[in-house]
Design a protein around this ligand. Structure first.
Ligand code: ZN
Length: 451
């Protein structure tokens, strides 16, 4: 298996970030490996609950060992009640000549999620109200769910519906939704990578979508790869907790179940939509100025990405940032949900998500973790004028751009190291990568210049 953990001699994420920056890590192979993992996860008929969720956790568990948790149907978490469990076996529409017109074995999006079980023979007119299409994108299958209103339905390309309406198939149609819908459980997975303190960085990705690649298989594979990588590094300051739960109700249930656990969260990050096109997008936490915002904001800005303020619409950042919890959760994505036409359709598939974007997002995540792990607020111990770097062996005796940048990074650190300004803020102000400022601070700390 291709990966970065264990292949590096460095301890800690800083060494790994330095290796990536030096071109010593095969990111292309890592991107291909994550994409291959998405291909395994893609056909599983996931939903809010049920066998698809458990099968997904099984696949993730093979990458990095998970803890599984569940609560029963009826469990009350604040304003939410856990609904019935739904497991799909197969859903089909077959015409009177025995031709299978629509089949979830071909694509898991073909059935409305949480469809009630049904076996019926219907005219096209009777069936029509149960069919969902996208006339503007007639070759795509829409993604539809009905978690809290009991109904059944099918999703299909509009062109196929047109063929049905043109009489290409023979009515009436046999409709089968072979599924279990009843009391069961809501299931989620957690993966904990312990650190020097029990204060936590929490990373979440939702796992309730069926065959949709960017939203959010990309988040699942990036989070598991990050977990695997961090577990293979020698040293971690924080404990890392990865949460793989169904969207909204899964997060609310976790928050209700972990009244003490949530007090340990120091930084939070929601991962989604990271494999498609477009630059990285940082959605700030509700307060907007948390440490995680400065870390993600710095990394995204350095990579030419975009910063956005919080809004109460989106993914599970809405739950963690809610007033009653007020946890510092930022979100990292590329082009956000609803802003690309493929969103919530069959066109968000394995070809929409590219290995190179996954690898680039992974490198960005490592940089974010580097900031969270290694940011500090040092103090300049020789603040009366510029100190003499040469007599401490800090001034390069040979020139060159890299040497100049190293000197400049030290001068930036000395200029702002007042004991209250953090290294990431200095890096942002200096418009250089955090790693450069981290190195500068390391070098200065080895002399009498910085503490
Ligand atoms: Zn979605």
């Amino acid at each position: 298996m291709t990966g970065v953990a264990g292949t590096q001699g460095h301890g800690g994420v800083a060494g790994l970030v330095d290796a990536v920056r030096a071109g010593e890590v095969d990111l292309a192979a890592l991107g291909e490996s994550m994409h291959a993992r998405m291909a395994e996860l893609y056909p599983v008929p996931r939903s809010l609950t049920g066998d698809g969720v458990r099968a997904t956790l099984d696949l993730l568990d093979a990458v990095a060992p998970l803890e599984r948790h569940s609560v029963p149907t009826g469990y009350q978490a604040y304003d939410w009640t856990v609904t019935d469990e739904w497991s799909l076996r197969r859903a089909t529409i077959t015409d009177a000549d025995g031709r299978v017109v629509v089949d979830t074995d071909d694509h898991s999006l073909h059935v409305v999620g949480y469809s009630t079980p049904v076996r019926a023979t219907l005219s096209l007119e009777e069936l029509r109200g149960h069919l969902h299409t996208l006339p503007d994108h007639p070759d795509w299958i829409p993604y539809r769910t009905s978690y809290y209103h009991r109904r059944w339905g099918f999703c299909l390309p509009h062109r196929l519906l047109e063929r049905m309406e043109a009489g290409e198939f023979t009515a009436p149609y046999d409709v089968v939704v072979d599924a279990d819908l009843g009391p069961g459980e809501l299931t989620w997975g957690e993966l904990v990578v312990p650190g020097e303190t029990d204060e936590e960085v929490m990373v979440t990705a939702h796992l309730c979508h069926p065959s949709i690649a960017n939203d959010n298989l990309s988040g699942l594979v990036l989070a598991t790869e990050l977990a695997r990588t961090l577990a293979g590094l020698g040293r971690r300051r924080w404990t890392y907790r990865f949460l793989f739960a169904p969207g909204t109700v899964g997060s609310v249930v976790w928050l209700a179940q972990n009244v003490e656990g949530r007090e340990r969260i120091r930084h939070g990050l929601v991962l989604t939509g990271l494999g498609g096109p477009g630059p990285l997008v940082h959605k700030r936490s509700r307060r907007g100025d948390r440490e995680v915002d400065r870390a993600v904001g710095h990394v995204v800005a350095r990579r030419g990405g975009e910063q956005r303020d919080y809004s109460p619409w989106g993914y599970d950042e809405r739950q963690f940032n809610a007033l009653g919890f007020d946890l510092p959760f930022a979100r990292l994505s590329r082009t956000p949900h609803n802003e690309y036409p493929e969103y919530h359709t069959s066109a968000d598939d394995l070809s929409y998500v590219r290995p190179a974007e996954l690898a680039d997002a992974f490198a960005a995540l490592l940089e974010v973790v580097d900031v969270l792990e290694n940011d500090a607020t040092p103090r300049n111990l020789q603040p009366h004028g510029e100190p003499q770097l040469g007599k401490r062996g800090l001034y390069p005796t040979t020139g060159g751009q890299a040497a100049n940048e190293a000197v400049m990074a030290m001068l930036w650190v000395l200029a702002y190291a007042d004991g209250a300004t953090s290294l990431v803020d200095i890096a942002t102000r200096a418009d250089v990568d955090f790693a450069a400022v981290r190195h500068a601070a390391d070098r200065l700390s080895r002399t009498d210049l910085l503490a």
